[in-house]
Design a protein around this ligand. Sequence first.
Ligand code: BTN
Length: 242
Amino acid sequence: MNLEKSQLASKNLHFLESVDSTNLELARRLDQAALPDLYALAAASQTKGQGRLGREWVSEPGSSLSLSVFFAAPELPELMPVVLAVAAARVVSLHAPEVSIKWPNDILISGRKVSGLLLQVAPGGVIAGIGVNIAIQRGAPETACALSEFGAASFDDVLSGLLMELGQLRARMAQSPADIAIELVEEYSKNCSTLNSRVRAQLPGGGEIVGLATGINATGHLVVQSDKRHELSAADVWHLRN
Ligand code: BTN
């Protein structure tokens, strides 16, 4: 695997051809030793990729990019989903048109999912996991797509783009967290296809809300107006026909 650009983008990149899950492997490495900020683990395939809400994330060799990055004590822990989604959307936009973010953290191209994000709290920080479909995978649902449908995008191009974006955002977060928080929520909101949609939100503890998604608040929560105003920190969301 040629990782020339990615190795220039990060001094702390570790690559594996295959692993069960980059998030799990990064968590194991953190159990063994303290790791530096922005320690990054990328893999060309995962045998047990983890998705949100205990789902599986399929990462076949040659068609997916799996990346986990350790953020040591980030200044804006609650905004990490926003940071990650903005970074991933910026990179996907370099390779495809019509890119949007479905709250909380799916990256879509023309409404089909190309990338998923999974954040996990770890000792001393947060593990930020990003999966990107580089080429379409066997048995992928119709709701999924891959960057290869929109032209050539190499593993190294996408990985180096993600590492650069995350590095730059990390530096700005450390310098001026309040300013970057406002900018990121603005950029996320501008690109969020969930906003102004009628949504059905299934809440983690059970229960459901149907209403209009009207905004993203300062901590990245989705504002849904039904008979009353709700601010959702986590949920499974479906866009309904308006
Ligand atoms: C989702 O959409 O449900 C989230 C998918 C997150 C997948 C990435 S791939 C890299 C990292 N390692 C994992 O096991 N999961 C995340």
